[in-house]
Design a protein around this ligand. Structure first.
Ligand SMILES: [Zn+2]
Length: 294
């Protein structure tokens, strides 16, 4: 299988980004991998600390390996939003391709030193592993929020701090705050409002750092903003809340439609189909060649 670094480079050259989808159970995992296989694109599966605790870090890695054995497409695994060195090391030892280190809630200097420490520890375990670092505030919780978190505007990442952070930590990938945010607000669920990105800032950060860039909190973002963000230098796009919304709604729907059913493999297939539709629309958007930013 081609390495994550090679796949990201190849996609970037083609004006595309890698879709990153979080999984918390086998329904979500099957939906993500089946869709990537149907569309014929590589994909990255992510699991946060909470998702890893639920699924099992080593168990998820073993599942992924088993699916890899049956696919000719690159499938990668990310330890998303890892807040401790212990959890980061556990993911690296389990064979994850990427670990997203997240000390972004700490003051900048501490974020730098803790992230650098993690980079050194993880590369010592697996020299080929990629490490992502985060700066800026993009909120927490891939779920439904009542209102937008207005404070976020204050902490968008500047190109200079991005340059300093990448230089001081040695991360392979940077996740900046560029107008993105975790979770969705209620008005986004029906598409009445969309998230918008600071595309000019993305282009400046790309120029200042020359590393791969990840966009977290992609759910609910306007399609045209995704395309512009990819053209400006975004390489990985995270979608989680949209999947969780589809999972919950279709699960409720399936239970209502089959009130007496108790067999999981009759209740859950419509849930897989609903999640697949979300993954499909996003993967098609991310993989379409973008018009290059001028
Ligand atoms: Zn995230």
């Amino acid at each position: 299988m081609d390495s994550l670094r090679n796949v990201l480079t190849r996609l970037e050259e083609g004006g595309a980004a890698l879709g990153h989808f979080n999984v918390a159970d086998l329904v979500l995992l099957k939906a993500v991998l089946a869709t990537a296989d149907e569309i014929r694109v590589p994909v990255i599966v992510g699991a946060s600390e909470g998702e890893r605790r639920f699924l099992g870090t080593r168990q998820l890695a073993a599942l992924l390996n088993s699916f890899r054995g049956e696919s000719d497409l690159p499938i990668f695994l990310n330890g998303d939003h890892t807040h401790s060195l212990t959890m980061a090391i556990e993911a690296a030892k389990a064979g994850f391709d990427l670990v997203g280190i997240d000390f972004s809630a700490l003051p900048f200097d501490q974020n730098v030193s803790r992230t650098r420490e993690a980079v050194e520890a993880l590369k010592a375990i697996n020299p080929a592993i990629l490490v992502e670092g985060e700066i800026g505030d993009i909120g927490t919780g891939s779920e439904i929020h009542e209102t937008a978190q207005n404070e976020l505007k204050k902490t968008l990442t500047t190109p200079e701090e991005a340059r300093q952070f990448v230089h001081s930590t040695g991360v392979d990938i940077l996740a900046p705050a560029v107008g993105n945010m975790h979770g969705m607000i209620k008005s986004m669920l029906e598409g009445h409002t969309k998230k918008h990105l600071d595309v000019e800032r993305i282009a400046q950060i790309k120029k200042a750092t020359a590393v791969f860039l990840t966009l977290h909190g992609g759910s609910g973002t306007a399609d045209e903003d995704f395309r512009s963000a990819i053209a400006a230098g975004i390489n990985i796009i995270h979608i989680n809340t949209e999947l969780r919304v589809a999972w919950r709604r279709s699960l409720e729907d399936s239970l209502v439609k089959q009130p007496n059913e108790v067999v999981p493999y009759r209740i859950l297939p419509p849930v897989i189909d609903s999640v697949k539709q979300v993954v499909s629309s996003r993967l098609k958007l991310f993989s379409a060649p973008a018009a290059r930013a001028v």
